[in-house]
Write a protein of this length. Sequence first.
Length: 609
Amino acid sequence: MNFMQSLFLLLSLFSFMFSNETISITQTTSNQEILTQSEIFIDNTQKLSFEEIKTKSFQKNNSETLSFGYSPHLTLWVKFTLTNQSNQPIKKVLEYGNPLTTNVELYYDTNHLEDGLFQINYIRESLNPSFEIFLNPNQTKTYYIKASSYITTLIVKLNLWDINSFEKQVEKHNMILAMFFASMLILTIYNLFIYFITNDKNYLFYILYMMGIIVHQLVYTGFGSIYIFNQDITILLVKYASILVAFPVFMLALLVKSFLKLSQYPKWDNTLNIYLLVFIILSFVFLITDRFNQYRSFFSVILLLFLISITIYATLKKNRQAYFVMFGWFLFAMAAFCMYFSSLGIFYIFDDFKYFVEITLILEALVFSVALADKINQLEQKKNEANMELILNQQFEKQRLEYQVKEKTKALKKAYDEKNLLLKELNHRVKNNMQTIISLIRLQSQEIEEKKIKSMFQTIQNRISAMSSLHELLYNQENPSYINAYDYFEKLVDELKESFETQDIKIEFDINVNIKAEQAVYCGLIVNELITNAFKYAFVDGNGTINISLKKENENYLLSISDDGVGYEQQNNANTLGLILVETLATKQLKGKFQHNTQDGVKVVISWN
């Protein structure tokens, strides 16, 4: 290598050293601001790769916070170099101080890490995007931050923390925001109870406004994205940011309109009505196109200014409620304008007063709560005056109503008793009629010698008997709407055992529920058919066990009938019509499900609700 080449390399090395300001870090430094010691490059094409960016010329930055406002068509690159001058390895956390930036990426060496609103790393507990930084002893590394935000505003702030200080800062920040949301939620619930008590629409508008503010701040602070919403909901909320911004302002407009009784000022009222209609139309325009996203907060600010003007006018007209609203407007406007101007990149108050918005919103909420309470007190005074007049008639009205209630109660009880009596008599007569039919069938079947026809008569007789037994039980109990399933099924089975003379077949019951009378009819027919089939075909040697179970799980009934007989495959004479009847009753009448297993015996399961 000749002298000129050596000189050139030496000059290049010096040029590199002086053009890239390195940031010395130590283990003891708890928090170090990075952005003022970095360089930036704005990629207006949004197409440059990391390898291409490394060849670009960066500009020195002197601001602690970079605010570009709504900038969907640019990508910001921040370059900084860290040096560990100690003999110990250093582990730090790089915090990107804006939870609303949609895409944040960190590049160094061959590594590439992603975070941001649309690619949240849910392992982290901090609301802001963060990355771990590790440097070996006496090591120097150059890092690149790539930030872009095509829906939300692009605001950049970088801090380097030691891990313990960062965790304490995150815990403190999360706790303060949790207290803020808890306070807002308590105020909302408190006013919700008052709304239920008073049914005053002012409280309804105020509650909807508070809910809108809570959701907006959950997204704005990043609290909701980490602890409440999943990624899909976060993206959806940001996508509909125009509604997220417009909704609380719109509810506040309705509150002012109702609270100040704006109808007494027709010109202001009509103007506000027209603007609210335009405001709704514009909000939907922002939903269907992204072309005007930079103006989505502008019309909300105009509405706020107009509402403040209305309140000032009402104050000059000696409107008592306007005094409260005026002070509340002062607080809300400060918070709203600070958020609006920071989104435009005009100024960023949160560097000096981190929780300015949260404090002003809580104070504003308290002021509006006091204003509503004062109005309730005014209404309460008028109510007390009206009550004095009502008290004179109250005692007479009470006695008159008590007399009417007693008479109505007597009439209802009499009608109820008559209904039960008629229902019991009806059940008794139906039971007697069915017994008559059964007797006629039994007499007729005695004259028949053919076994198949005699069996059909017996089956018909058993089916009618199943319904007759139900009406007999209904007749003998106080409440004819429900029936004890165990008593009913036991009676059915006893009659069937006597009919088929199958004393060696064991019947086991697992029933502990009552069922409706109309459902009991179908259940009785189902049990009759399945037990009849089992008696006829299941047990070749005349011995076996039949299990009948009826349970209620949650809101569903589960009827199970099984036997340990030969199964359908060996039952060549199985009653196909009976099974069709069972399935029809289960699916069409009970509106349930029918399942059956014919291997190793027969098991039928019916479920309904």
